[in-house]
Design a protein. Structure first.
Length: 389
């Protein structure tokens, strides 16, 4: 059934697959090892680092959702990125990555490049001339993160993949912000999709996990070999939980987006809000590309706070339905100050280069009632106007 829609794939994968007791929901297999049916007869699963039924089902679901040929579930999103570069890069190989990528990705590539494991070039991928210049250095791998974190900048996946093909480079897209519900990078020409499943895929802020999905079966096999070799794979319990969270992905993504569009409308009326970053806004530089390559705008948004820095801190403290916390994509709404939280590892210079200012706030709009969320923002803005700190 290859024409199933995403929500159907997410709900149905593994349902009624238990041949022993006919459990409707696939049971969890915590065993670390599996018996050999006979001497020299290798079973489907032998040892959990290399394979496990729960991880296998989650890999199957995510691979089908992203139209891939195979996937490796890793113990976090960062280890999926690390698995990718460990598999394909040697000391002389270059990877091109966005200058405003997720802070942990920046730290990983930067630190490993400084050790001489590979070479990295962080570029502003929205700037076509800068990107072309980087591609002229013949990278082996190109990472795209679109929409990016935290400024939700959008790049043209199809166009960059064509340029990559021409120089023999492979492209991975970090699809954490949109999920396959709203964006399918492999269908736009990418070779790999990476997720921090910690975020929308699991969706309940209670599992750290990651995945890399490959367009070709051969690349998927190579990633699985390396995943086992370096010990990057996810646990059975985490895989079970993540598949449980994944089942509601379609419904969740719809409400996340609906509510964020209402909040966006409200924010545009607020004098303490300066620039708002979201691809749905016609003035957003990536608006047209987003309309072309995404089937939804997604729910992650950020904005420049127009008041003083003291007022910003006060405003954040007065919110009761937006928790001041890192991460994103869970059922609960969050507010984050990237410069001092998710992106602090980048250091001041890299932050400035990436355009992440001290005034920037990022919202992860959860599944609470949208009117309650707006009322909460409204009372915090009202108090902040009166605050003299
Ligand atoms: C969180 C995140 C990661 C890292 O994933 P972890 O699960 O925290 O290791 C990578 N990319 C993006 C876009 C993220 O938001």
């Amino acid at each position: 059934m290859s024409d199933r829609k995403p929500s159907t794939i997410a709900v149905r994968t593994g349902i009624e697959s238990d041949t022993q007791h006919h459990a409707v929901v696939p049971p969890i297999y915590l065993s670390t090892n599996y018996g050999f049916p006979a001497f020299g007869e290798v079973p489907n699963y032998d040892y959990t680092r290399s394979g496990n039924p729960n991880r296998g089902l989650l890999e199957q679901a995510l691979s089908e959702l992203e139209s891939g040929e195979g996937a490796v579930i890793t113990n976090c999103g960062t280890s999926a990125l690390n698995l990718w570069v460990s598999t394909f890069l040697g000391p002389d190989d270059l990877i091109v990555a966005p200058h405003d990528c997720y802070g942990g990705t920046f730290r990983l590539f930067n630190t490993r490049a400084n050790k001489g494991d590979f070479k990295v070039n962080f570029v502003d991928q929205v700037d076509e001339a800068a990107l072309d210049q980087a591609l002229a250095q013949k990278p082996k791998l190109i990472l795209l993160e679109t929409p990016s974190n935290p400024l939700v900048r959008v790049v043209d996946i199809e166009k960059i993949c064509q340029k990559a093909k021409a120089i023999g480079a492979m492209v991975a897209v970090d699809n954490t912000f949109l999920t396959p519900i709203y964006q399918k990078p492999l269908e736009l020409g990418a070779d790999f999709v990476i997720h921090s499943t910690t975020k929308f895929i699991n969706g309940h802020s209670d599992v750290i996990g990651g995945v890399i999905i490959a367009k070709s079966a051969q690349d998927a096999e190579e990633l699985a070999w390396w995943g086992n070799c370096i010990g990057a794979t996810g646990t059975p319990f985490d895989s079970y939980m993540t598949l449980r969270g994944l089942r509601t992905l379609g419904a969740r993504m719809r409400v996340h987006e609906e509510s964020s569009l209402e909040i966006l409308k409200f924010l545009t009326t607020q004098s303490l809000v300066k620039t708002i970053y979201h691809p749905s806004l016609p003035e957003h530089p990536g608006h047209e590309i987003a309309k072309k390559q995404q089937s939804g705008f997604g729910s992650m948004l950020s904005f420049e706070f127009a008041g003083s820095f003291d007022q910003l801190k006060y405003f954040v403290g007065e919110l009761s339905l937006f928790s001041l916390a890192e991460s994103l994509g869970g059922v609960e709404s969050l507010i984050c100050h990237p410069a001092s939280m998710t992106h602090r590892a980048m250091g001041e210079e890299a932050l400035a280069k990436a355009g992440v200012s001290q005034q920037l706030l990022r919202l992860s709009v959860g599944l609470e009632d949208a009117q309650d969320l707006i009322a909460d923002l409204q009372q915090a803005f009202a108090k902040t106007h009166r605050y003299q700190g």
